[in-house]
Design a protein around this ligand. Structure first.
Ligand code: UDP
Ligand code: MG
Length: 331
């Protein structure tokens, strides 16, 4: 008689060839279209695969839809986070739970075409690459505002972090087990994957794709989240703002020296100093520089504080992968 539990454990541990990680937050409108396009592509590859759907604390019917889908799609695994933790944290959860020899990550709104995944996999295998970036050749379907802010973001990141950061590569990419294990070994801190992944320096390639419009629903990246991503990106990969603060301080120092020299000269000449304007200018200028520098220090200190607390970036409330055996029964 076979030990069913033992078999199940074995199957759970059996690595699949490909994991597809999809963070989703309130994607009830996009989910049916996503599954309709993704599943035929993955079934058609003939590879063993799992889909790791990370429900990032959705408050709509996403969770229910995923549960229903799990019944008819054995390769679907749902990792449900206890609350909305943000796109990058959801991606972290998905990548940590992925069991594949390769893992592709894509958005739930079909802006990243699933049809490109086999191409990415083939490229990674044939050229022994650890990373294949999906690089957007056009963003015609994005709003002008999104295009301009994205352009400024990639320009700044390449200047601050280095030219190894591919421009116009978002979170649609394929990673090998080597990279997944390297990511897992890092301390659990908020990560910005589009900067972290190139930072390792693993061999990488690119696959070009057209960025389509969001298939349904509306963006889950309001300006507030975009700013958070931009600040996290700069702070986690660069000390340039701290250096800038130092230079601002140096500049303020020389301006103050000049003002002091002028004041003394006026005093020595025996003239009554009108004084008020220069005084106000000096006080306000120095005050402003100090506030800016304090703000910059505060941003870094905040990151250090968060890191010291060592709270996980996400908390998994449920993982169907521990109960279901998604690798069984694949042709
Ligand atoms: N997302 C998430 N948590 C969030 C915000 C977004 O998991 O707090 C997911 C979202 O469901 C989508 C992906 O991240 O799959 C990208 O978000 P979206 O398409 O809204 O961003 P945009 O394309 O507008 O920049
Ligand atoms: Mg989108």
């Amino acid at each position: 008689m076979t030990d069913v539990r033992h078999d199940a454990e074995n199957l759970i541990e059996t690595p699949v060839e490909l994991s597809v990680v999809i963070p989703m937050f309130n994607e009830e409108d996009a989910l049916p279209a996503l599954v309709g396009r993704l599943r035929p592509v993955l079934d058609g590859t003939g590879e063993t695969y799992e889909v790791v759907a990370v429900d990032d604390g959705s408050t709509d019917r996403t969770a229910g839809q995923l549960e229903d889908l799990g019944v008819i799609w054995p390769q679907l695994r749902v990792v449900r986070l206890a609350r909305n933790s943000g796109h990058q944290a959801a991606l972290t959860a998905g990548l940590h739970h992925a069991r594949g020899r390769y893992a592709a990550s894509l958005d739930a709104d079909l802006q990243d075409p699933p049809e490109k995944i086999p191409e990415m996999l083939a490229l990674a295998r044939s050229r022994r690459l650890d990373i294949v970036y999906g690089v957007r050749v056009n963003r015609a379907t994005d709003t002008g505002f999104k295009r301009r802010t994205a352009g400024a973001y990639y320009w700044l990141m390449r200047r601050l972090v280095g030219n190894h950061v591919p421009a116009q590569a978002g979170d649609f990419r394929l990673l090998s087990r080597t990279v997944l294990d390297a990511l897992k070994a890092l301390p659990d801190q908020p990560q910005v994957y589009r900067l972290l992944v190139p930072w390792f320096g693993f061999p990488s390639g690119e696959v070009a794709y057209h960025r389509d419009a969001r298939v349904a629903g509306h963006t889950k990246y309001p300006l507030r989240k975009m700013i958070t991503l931009a600040v996290d990106s700069v702070i986690s990969f660069s000390v340039a703002p701290l250096r800038l603060a130092t230079w601002l301080g140096v500049l303020a120092f020389f301006v103050c020296l000049a003002v002091i020299a002028y004041t003394l000269a006026v005093y020595a000449a025996g003239a009554t100093t009108p004084g008020w304007t220069s005084l106000i200018v000096a006080v306000l200028f120095v005050g402003a520089v100090q506030l800016i520098c304090l703000g910059v220090l505060g941003e870094y200190l905040g990151r250090v504080y968060t890191a010291v607390q060592q709270r996980p970036t996400y908390y998994v409330a449920e993982d169907t992968g521990t109960a279901a055996v998604p690798v069984a029964g694949i042709a």
